[in-house]
Design a protein around this ligand. Structure first.
Ligand SMILES: Nc1nc2c(ncn2[C@@H]2O[C@H](COP(=O)(O)OP(=O)(O)OP(=O)(O)O)[C@@H](O)[C@H]2O)c(=O)[nH]1
Ligand SMILES: [Mg+2]
Length: 387
């Protein structure tokens, strides 16, 4: 028989409620992080009666149930765990600390005030002093426009959470793959002097001074008889349509005029192979363009700076104000703003009250103030286990 051997040497910490993360009494075991140690400890623990592994997000869900956090803060935790860059971290920690929750709750309480006024005027409808407590339609209208201003943000918070999409487009052989490899600092894409090398989209992830960026190397754009290459070009243009910024990379060593106009996103023009061409005398190069060489590294810092500033101009800065971070919030806010606008318009106070109740409910669902079992299941199931 195998002799009993300890599983690990570790640390046990006891957090008594209600000051623990979940509000309950919590014990933590700190062990060495290898697969074998973790599996061994979990197997042993699960032999005990009433012990089971936690579900994804279960700790945060308990903290929510015990009033330690609201739903928006809980989502802030998930974002903090997933944050890959400094600016993503700043946005997530601000959300965790309750900035967005305060904003949404303040809107909810303004909607409740409107509702109370509408209901009060309904209650006193038969009495002599009707009118003294009537709902002033300017109030829901103003609240709706405050919410609309928050919604009209170019989705900068959501983009920062998800990362900015930057497409590198250009004619075949201009050095798109060379540029992507240089920025990614690895040989992600095949580089060759054969025009039409890249067909599939190759995505690499960059941290551009805190901005999370997905950079895509794409197939060179040209009229092609090859069906696989044509499919690559179709994908390239498609990806670029969804991009926040497009880098158009021209080739100074050829004099072909290669304009790509298929993208709606903001476009940065760069010309590669300055070591072979003479950009100063090239009529295609304008003052706004960046001249680079992937071979010598010339102009690469300048290109990165131009890219960073293009992204910053679509992205804003998480410290400049509270940005909407999730589609879930956006949908609820849209619903609330619509209901508030109707409340300001309808003739009957009864209908106005109905709309205001819908607005209060929609705003309450964001932070989880109202009964939202369906929302809870959706939110917490995206968490990782142990959070
Ligand atoms: N002299 C010089 N050659 C370069 C430079 N950048 C890339 N090249 C060369 O140009 C050729 C094409 O480079 P790629 O990076 O494969 O070009 P691409 O735009 O990805 O080409 P496709 O995938 O075919 O569209 C290769 O032989 C590279 O070594 C540069 O700055 N100077
Ligand atoms: Mg390529």
């Amino acid at each position: 028989m195998e002799r009993a051997v300890p599983l690990d040497e570790g640390l046990a910490v006891y957090f008594p409620g209600p000051d623990s993360f979940t509000g309950e009494d919590v014990g933590e075991l700190h062990v060495h992080g290898s697969r074998a140690v973790i599996d061994g400890v979990i197997d042993e623990l699960c032999r005990l009666p009433d012990v089971r592994p936690s579900d994804p997000g279960e700790f945060s869900r308990r903290a929510f149930a015990n009033g330690k956090l609201d739903l928006v803060q809980a989502e802030g935790i998930a974002d903090l765990v997933a944050a890959e860059t400094r600016l993503q971290r700043i946005q997530a920690i601000r959300q965790l600390q309750g900035g967005l929750s305060e904003l949404y709750d303040s809107w909810r309480s303004r909607a409740i005030t409107c509702l109370a006024e509408a209901e009060a005027s309904l209650d006193f409808i038969d009495e002599a002093d009707v009118g003294s407590v009537a709902l002033d339609p300017a109030k829901p209208r103003l609240l709706a426009s405050d919410i609309a201003a928050h919604l009209d943000d170019d989705q900068r918070g959501e983009r920062l959470r998800e990362g900015f999409r930057v497409a590198v487009l250009g004619p075949p052989n201009s050095g798109k793959s060379s540029l992507v490899n240089l920025l990614a600092r690895r040989e992600a894409a095949i580089v060759s002097s054969t025009a039409g090398t890249t067909r599939d989209i190759i995505e690499v992830h960059l941290n551009l001074e805190g901005w999370p960026v997905t950079l895509a190397d794409t197939a060179g754009i040209r009229e092609s008889g090859d069906s696989i290459e044509r499919e690559g070009i179709r994908r390239a243009l498609n990806w670029a349509k969804q991009a926040d910024v497009t880098v158009f990379l021209g080739d100074l060593s050829t004099d072909e005029d290669a304009a790509v106009s298929a993208t709606t996103a903001r476009t940065l023009r760069a010309w590669n192979k300055s070591d072979l061409g003479s950009p100063a005398r090239d009529p295609r190069v304008t003052n706004d363009d960046v001249v680079i060489s992937c071979r010598t590294g010339e102009g690469i810092d300048e290109l990165l700076e131009a890219l960073r500033s293009a992204i910053a101009s679509v992205g804003g800065h998480p410290e400049d104000g509270l940005a909407l971070t999730r589609v879930r919030h956006r949908q609820a806010l849209k619903r609330a703003a619509e209901a508030l606008r109707s409340a300001a318009q309808v003739e009957s106070t009864e209908l106005a009250a109905e709309e205001l109740r819908a607005a209060v409910h929609a705003l309450g669902r964001i932070t989880g103030r109202v009964d939202v079992e369906d929302v809870l299941n959706r939110v917490f199931s995206t968490f990782c286990i142990g959070k």
